[in-house]
Design a protein around this ligand. Structure first.
Ligand code: FES
Length: 205
């Protein structure tokens, strides 16, 4: 299997190459080998591009490239690794409140639950913001297959071996993990990455 790619410029949609597309209902979507995905939020045929970005005069320039260093929260058994820049507020970590706190009062307490519970929770994080060190190994690659999953009313989940290529060197901002999320509402300040703006800007699709 060839490596999958997502390629774009500031003015273009996302061009996916050799990437299986999975719909928001979990079913695979038939696509040609190369296809375009909407990232301006205006397409009538989401998740695919219908050219609306031209009429919308969409410019996908990133406003926030300020990536802080990784944060390490070391516990007795497991270390939580947090890439703050990548967090888009998916909220799965909040399911383990004793460790991760709440949306309004986040925290990172790696001794407040079992390592197994923390690992299960971290593996649900789609953006790559959360990974972990266990038994001396940084675990960050755990997608079973390479594909792009469309989240209803949310971003694209890139999973597996998908290279990101664009004219803003966005690949340098990606998490050290085999998964990341790409904006498709057009509202992120971290374009082409999702920053959670879809939660508040009324994006549907
Ligand atoms: S989809 Fe645009 S910010 Fe998440």
């Amino acid at each position: 299997m060839k490596k999958s790619e997502v390629i774009l410029t500031k003015y273009s949609p996302l061009m996916a190459v050799d990437a299986k597309l999975v719909g928001s209902d979990g079913s695979p979507t038939e696509t040609p080998r190369v296809y375009s995905l909407c990232r301006c939020g205006e397409s009538m045929f989401k998740p695919l591009c219908d050219g609306s970005h031209a009429q919308a005069e969409f410019v996908g320039e990133r406003e926030d490239s300020d990536k802080p260093p990784l944060e390490y929260y070391e516990g007795k058994e497991i270390t939580i690794v947090y890439d703050r820049f990548m967090c888009m507020g998916a909220g799965y970590c909040g399911e383990l409140e004793a460790v991760f706190g709440t949306h309004d009062a986040p925290k990172y307490d790696p001794d407040a639950a079992s390592a197994a519970e923390i690992i299960d929770t971290i593996k649900k994080c789609p953006s790559g913001a959360l990974t972990y060190i266990f038994n001396g190994k940084h675990e960050k690659d755990y997608c079973r297959e390479t594909c792009i999953v469309v989240e209803k009313d949310g971003p694209l989940h890139c999973q597996g071996d998908i290279e990101l290529k664009d004219d803003q060197s966005s690949d340098a901002l990606l998490p050290d993990a085999d998964h990341y999320t790409l904006c498709r509402c057009g509202g992120s300040k971290k374009k082409p990455l999702c920053d959670g703006s879809h939660e508040t800007n009324g994006f549907h699709g």
